[in-house]
Design a protein around this ligand. Sequence first.
Ligand code: MIG
Length: 686
Amino acid sequence: MIQKYVFGNPFDTEAVVKEIPEEPIGEGGIPHLTMADGNVFSYRMDDGDVIYGLGENVRGINKRGWLYISRCTDDSHHQEDKHSLYAAHNFFIVDGRERFGVFVDTPGRVSFDLGYTDRRMLTVTVEAGGFVLYILEDDSLREMVRQFRKLTGRSYIPPKWAFGYCQSRWSYETADEVREVVRRHRENHVPLDSVCLDIDYMERFKDFTVDEEKFPDFPEFVKEMGEQNIHLVPIIDAGVKVEEGYPVYEEGVKNGYFCRREDGSEFVCGVWPGRVHFPDMLNPDARRWFGDWYRVLLDQGIEGFWNDMNEPAMFYEEGHLEEVLDEVEKFKGTNIGIYEFFDWQKLVESVHNNPGDYEKFYHQTPAGRIRHDKVHNLFGYNMTRAAGEAFERLSPDRRILMYSRSSYIGMHRYGGIWTGDNYSWWSHLLMNLQMLPGLNMCGFLYTGADLGGFGSDTTEDLLLRWLELGIFTPLMRNHSALRSRRQEYYQFGSEDDFRNIIGLRYGLLPYIYSEFMKAALTDDMMFMPLAFVYPEDSEAAGVEDQLMAGESIMIAPVYKQNAAGRYVYLPEEMKLYRMRSVTDMDTEVLPAGHHYVKAALNEVLVFLRPDHIVPMSCGGESVADVEGSKLRLLHFVKNQAVYDLYDDDGYSRNTDLEKSLTGITVDRDGTVKVNGEFAADRVLTI
Ligand code: MIG
């Protein structure tokens, strides 16, 4: 059950796609919550209450105990003391004495004090403007999420090749450098499906241009890569370079499609190319216009993109920069002691992403002109929507890959997200796992972190361990920052281990794709906290480093350096597959309870549930290579193991769940049936 309450005169975020009637805020107030002031509401928690959700944020699966602030922020230091990352995902569930969900639909800043100020109190404060509050109730956590997802619309579905491995780095400067990356994978038979092009491919960081010197004859290059089953995925930035003669700039100015200051002039700030304007993503005409520009690259054979810097990020705004430069001057010739030094430091740091600068520009929305800060959390969402809607027009038959850095709930209908600039830290491997269920709850199914870590220097063992989690995430991308240590697999010694681990992704592809598609088409989650599947198990709710990955398995990656294995909690008896490659694995049935399980650096732990199946392929070097017709079945039969395998052509937008399912069963005597027919010739059971 979902109840809707409206406060004030909210801006329509278009997060919700389903009309539901508004409830009056009667004498009794809002169910579960105590109101104060009309924009602050709270809940007194029980000791055992657990809070799930809030999507992209730091800390645990259980979000209790910290203060989260929805304000899309470009901050690359994702330490655990941060309150905001790039997204605003205002949906959470309280599970314990009572069980209910809350979605705060509003485009501005919201704070979620989840037992931070007072361990027992949950307090949500909508800091500005009207908002719509949705309260969900259901006995089942999973069903509650499903209802929320029906409310907010079906999740984005990428082409199947986007489930392959992607090698990326900020600083692949030339076509030859990209060729080299591809060659090193193909030559050594390490699977690969795509290479991202970061800002280096553009001509002076101008969106929708290609640097002709560094990437000559781009359409030919795209084709050459395509012939090797490699997709190039260029980045698009939010800011449009201010430059006479650059058509995106000129058209935008001519049509009034950029965000403006109060006096009507285009708002200027500094990002990659220096001065830029922000397209007015909240103006439907501007959105359509910006979306149409993706055609320039689609026409050259590109089938996927990533949208960056769309919080939107600002290096500086000239007015504020001037002020800071003037203030800095004053320090000249003075004796700078500790407190003066702090002041100076704060001043200089205030230059980028300065909150005040977000109050200096306006959007022309269907609801009238509105100052940016009031609708801040919708910018990245609408940039990606611009692209997603354009792809439906420009590529009506084929899915196009799209993932964004910034997002708001609703954007999940147009694209996926990657989780931004993490670091090559072991703690960020764990954070990657802990973020997944919250993201799935909010509709973000196509998602993944920069494997190996974006900032700072990775190590071979960290990369291997991280890939061992990454083989399960729909977006499986190794990405790193300019000037950090290079982290393509061939920078390290264990070539065989990398080939085998990445190869496992291709082996698991039938299962990963099937689970993703079923989750997308039935508004379900792919990664769940254990308590979503074992609600009666009181220990499951306390498990912070394991996840259910689809309907058949539990995953428990090793995330500590030099650990020879890890402790794992099994809510029921399970069959452990210790995988070294698609063809090399051993198994062991473990009873429910706590276990210490060994996992060498080149081993992946997969825990199969009783009467479940994981359909695997024999692998391949690209998604196109993977043969769907020859299956290898991991199975753990107590009575009868069953699985509905989803598959399709991998690119059509029209998907039909029922028609795309193949029913597989394995009986106790080992008999395998596919859609009711004996199928020993098609499948191999393991
Ligand atoms: O501030 O385009 O998150 O993935 O490599 C850096 C360069 C801007 C941030 C993205 C990152 C990308 C980088 N970008």
